[in-house]
Design a protein around this ligand. Structure first.
Ligand code: HEM
Length: 524
């Protein structure tokens, strides 16, 4: 999901370098591109009616338009000017950004098959064994079909979500214990604020790790560290991704490519050890790796589940599952901390449902926390953890809302902009979970059918882990709300809580969320 964002500092340096180095090219291309842009405005472009967009500069195209803001923010601003289907040129990459429910529907439903592939970037190729994982696997490839089917039936479907219930409950209980112990004497005042950002990241990492490879893996900690490093390296277009055919870009970007290759090799080696460890230990714990290895054996020699596919799938489950769930939970707690009245409502719902209990058991809360469910949906609307979804590749020139999206273009769906569109969401910037209950028939669900609300995408490439992720988020949030009262440290005004987003693979908080926790002692 990393390539949906841009390394702006790097592009600034790149911009300066390229402008200096390529002054002559710049002038020559300026003349060419001026006439090209005029062609585009006049409906030209080889007979194509290309989407409107800002004037591209030679070499860097429209990269300068994204400087100084997070890409999804800058793209929303530009869409206000150029419309819901907009053409940008990012280096050599032709990007089409769609920013309205109608345009998103055309991409992810009407023409879903045309847009069901992913663009393949050089850095991504390294980490995905050339597309041998799930997220970047070529659409229609045998292994993508097989792992997608397995995601639904064996790996992330309802049966598996239920199977991992004890893992979620135990990890959420450990989180609660860690907060109590970490706080030391919570009766003393002022209490030490809890760093909820750190705590939530740890619990989501641990849940995903235990589900993916079990809890007995010796290389587990190193694997987590390397995955973090891999995600950091994938976080953005590198020079070679933006200028894949440029020798200069290859030269300047060689360092990050080398770093990616090194990290990948280490991840690969650890993965081989983990697989071997699972194979030799014999015991079947039912973690995702166990299931994949069983299916690999049962599938015989012709199975699409090669060892690389197994490693790639595992990498995806962890990379796609951990950050998304942590980011959503942290934003939910931030929004509730900013609105104590809503926090109180969510809390009293949890405490009413768990009245007489001393801990959170999923059997007690399942389907019984409608307000918390709305809080999570409202959080996903305002803070979709993958704001530009995962990019799609346009396989053949296709019309979207009357504009030709050219073959080969990279297509971004700006879910962040769509979730804040006043036409669909009155007072769109306000956090108001109740909007999801106002009219039950109309309230969008997380099923990829309502394009006003698609934080997990839609269509053939829709996220297969949403139910899995929602279960993790709900159990962790219910535990935090049941066991503690929360407020901002030192009596700070909730309205002043910093809600700035930061650049990252997902769109996390810029600053850590620090809240004071007062333990709640449930009545027996
Ligand atoms: C709040 C939670 C989550 C959100 C918001 C989310 C969001 C997304 C999005 C936007 C996509 C791209 C969809 C598209 O192109 O239409 C995606 C794909 C994917 N997600 Fe999630 N995700 C979440 C949780 C998870 C979890 C927990 C897992 C696994 C344990 C997971 C595994 C995947 C995989 C494997 C793909 C690639 C599917 C493909 O390309 O065929 N996700 N997710």
């Amino acid at each position: 999901m990393a390539e949906t964002t841009l390394l702006l500092t790097r592009t600034t340096v790149l911009y300066t370098l390229l402008c200096v180095v390529g002054v002559t090219v710049f002038l020559r291309k300026l003349i060419n591109s001026s006439s090209l842009s005029r062609q585009r405005d006049a409906g030209g472009g080889g007979g194509l009616r290309l989407p409107p967009g800002p004037w591209p500069l030679p070499v860097i195209g429209n990269m300068h338009c994204l400087l100084g803001a997070l890409p999804h923010h800058a793209m929303k601003r530009l869409a206000g000017q150029y419309g819901p289907v907009m053409l940008l040129r990012l280096g050599h990459v032709r990007a089409v950004v769609v920013s309205s429910p109608a345009a998103a529907r055309e991409v992810m439903k009407t023409h879903d098959a045309v847009f069901a592939n992913r663009p393949m970037y050089v850095t991504m190729e390294v980490f995905t064994y050339g597309g041998q994982n799930i997220t970047f696997a070529p659409y229609r490839s045998q292994h993508w079909k097989e792992v997608r089917r397995l995601c639904a039936t064996e790996l992330l479907g309802p049966k598996r979500v239920l199977h991992f219930r004890p893992v979620r409950e135990q990890e959420a209980a450990s989180l609660v214990a860690a907060i109590i112990i970490g706080d030391g004497d919570t009766s003393s005042r002022p209490a030490t604020p809890v760093n909820l950002t750190e705590r939530i990241k740890v619990v989501m990492n641990d849940i995903l790790m235990r589900c993916a490879i079990g809890d007995t893996c010796p290389a587990r900690d190193e694997y987590i560290r390397l995955l973090d490093e891999a995600l950091r390296l994938m976080a953005g277009f590198n020079l070679i991704d933006l200028f894949p055919t440029s020798r200069l870009a290859r030269m300047l970007g060689a360092g990050s490519l080398r770093a990616a290759q090194e990290v990948h090799q280490r991840v690969h080696r650890i993965m081989q050890d983990i697989i071997q460890d699972h194979e030799t230990k014999g015991a079947y714990d039912g973690d995702i790796l166990d299931v994949l290895l069983r299916l690999q054996r049962e599938g015989g020699p012709d199975t699409a589940l090669t060892t690389q596919v197994v490693s790639g799938a595992l990498f995806d489950v962890f990379a796609a599952g951990s950050e998304t769930t942590a980011t959503t939970s942290i934003w939910a707690m931030s929004e509730l901390a900013r609105k104590p009245r809503l926090m109180e409502r969510a809390q009293s719902e949890v405490r009413r449902v768990l009245h007489g209990k001393s801990k959170v058991a999923e059997a007690d809360i399942q389907g019984r926390l409608p307000y918390l469910h709305m809080v999570i949906k409202e959080t996903l609307r305002l803070h979709p953890p993958v704001p530009l979804l995962v990019p799609r590749h346009c396989d053949e020139t296709t019309t979207v809302l009357g504009h030709h999206v050219p073959r080969g273009a990279t297509v971004f769906v700006n879910a962040w902009a769509i979730g804040r569109d006043e036409a669909s969401w009155p007072n769109a910037d306000e956090f108001r979970p109740e909007r999801f209950e106002e009219d039950d028939d109309e309230a969008p669900e997380l099923n990829g059918l309502d394009f006003r609300f698609a934080p997990g995408g839609a269509g053939r490439r829709m996220c297969p882990g949403l139910m899995f992720g929602m279960a993790n988020i709900e159990t962790v949030l219910a535990s935090l709300l049941f066991h503690f009262d929360w407020k901002l440290p030192a009596g700070a005004d909730p309205q002043h809580l910093d809600m700035t987003e930061s650049y990252g693979i997902t769109a996390p908080r810029k600053t850590d969320l620090l809240l004071e926790a007062t333990p709640f002692v449930p009545h027996e």
